[in-house]
Design a protein around this ligand. Structure first.
Ligand SMILES: NC(=O)c1ccc[n+]([C@@H]2O[C@H](COP(=O)([O-])OP(=O)(O)OC[C@H]3O[C@@H](n4cnc5c(N)ncnc54)[C@H](OP(=O)(O)O)[C@@H]3O)[C@@H](O)[C@H]2O)c1
Length: 300
């Protein structure tokens, strides 16, 4: 039995799908407030649903019972963040530590944790929470895999952050010249699932990126080529990003600002070693652009 925590999220949902395709028995922890349509989709896959919350330690003990591996993709910081509903300290710091403790107490043998790329290294609350959790997991005594993906294409090449390919309008953070190893969510899920059976992925942190580092400016050019038209580009200069980061007092806002600044500085990841250990076909930015724009009529 594999427990997936964060199963109603983008990455966790894909992890669940891939696990069930492999014939694994899966349990998903969902919150009372999780979207019913997403919970129903998990049930459709034949997944056992258990109610809980990282902020409720008793629910975690219950969820980990009889489980051989835990994969968590939880973060309190979705881009659709509603202030006051969830926070980094109770979920990403204390909640993640509570899940590790519950898993260890239940005799779980492998724990897969979703962090982010080591290049995201400015001090901000979400980064501090991720690195602290990595340290707790490393010393937990359980077999572990730390996933350190770069920017998800499904977030950073979408309107959620101002990359509106359908509307042909994009925002570039910083100069736009630094390389970023954008990775597709299903590819991250593949590494999460494969890590369970691949000794080279045990007790290590896997830096995860797409097939090559692509700058924001190159990403725009690739999308323009696929769309067959030019995009309107707005630049947010580094100074503005730095000012936004310094001015932010709320931990969530400071984390958003910190992430933006790290992305502007680039996040290149060399995948050659990881691909030798875990061969996988990685989605490129152009392929993603074709998928995004495929349904959109040209020249709207
Ligand atoms: N976006 C990127 O570019 C990027 C890059 C590298 C790493 N990451 C990391 O990748 C992971 C997955 O991202 P994602 O886009 O799949 O996130 P997501 O779609 O926002 O999903 C977050 C999940 O966490 C759950 N959750 C939130 N608070 C919880 C709590 N207190 N207790 C239990 N579950 C809780 C949510 O449940 P509900 O449905 O109930 O809200 C949801 O299932 C995150 O850890 C993120 O930091 C993201």
């Amino acid at each position: 039995m594999i427990l997936v925590v964060g199963a109603t999220g983008m990455l966790g949902g894909e992890v669940c799908r891939q696990l069930t395709v492999k014939g694994e028995t899966v349990r998903a922890l969902v919150r009372p407030t999780s979207e019913p349509v997403k919970v129903a989709a998990l049930k459709q896959l034949g997944i056992e649903i258990v109610a809980g919350d990282l902020r409720d330690p008793a629910s975690l003990a219950q969820a980990c019972r009889g489980v051989s591996a835990v994969i968590t993709t939880v973060s309190s910081m979705p881009f659709s963040y509603v202030p006051g509903e969830n926070d980094i300290r109770t979920t990403d710091t204390d909640g993640a530590a509570g899940l590790i403790a519950a898993a260890r107490a239940a005799g779980v043998s492998h724990f897969v944790y979703t962090s982010f790329s080591r290049n995201i290294d400015d001090p901000f609350p979400l980064r501090d929470a991720k690195r602290a959790t990595e340290t707790i997991l490393r010393t937990s005594g359980m077999r572990y895999t730390i996933l350190r993906p770069s920017c998800f294409m499904e977030v950073w090449l979408t309107p959620a952050v101002g990359f509106d390919a359908a509307g042909a309008k994009v925002t570039i953070y910083g100069t736009g010249e630094a390389g970023i190893s954008y990775i597709a969510v299903p590819d991250v899920a593949t590494f999460a699932v494969r890590s369970l059976e691949t000794p080279a992925a045990w007790n290590v942190a896997l830096e995860l990126g797409g097939p090559s580092a692509v700058s924001q400016a190159e990403a725009v050019r690739l999308f323009e080529r696929v769309a067959g038209r030019s995009f309107e580009i707005t630049h947010v200069p580094m100074e503005a990003l730095a000012a936004q980061y310094e001015a932010a007092t709320d931990p969530m806002q400071r984390s958003f600002a910190g992430l933006m600044r790290c992305v502007a500085n680039g996040d290149p990841i060399d995948m050659s070693g990881t691909l030798q250990a875990i061969p996988a076909r990685l989605t490129g930015v152009e392929e993603f652009a074709e998928r995004v724009l495929g349904a959109v009529p040209a020249h709207v």
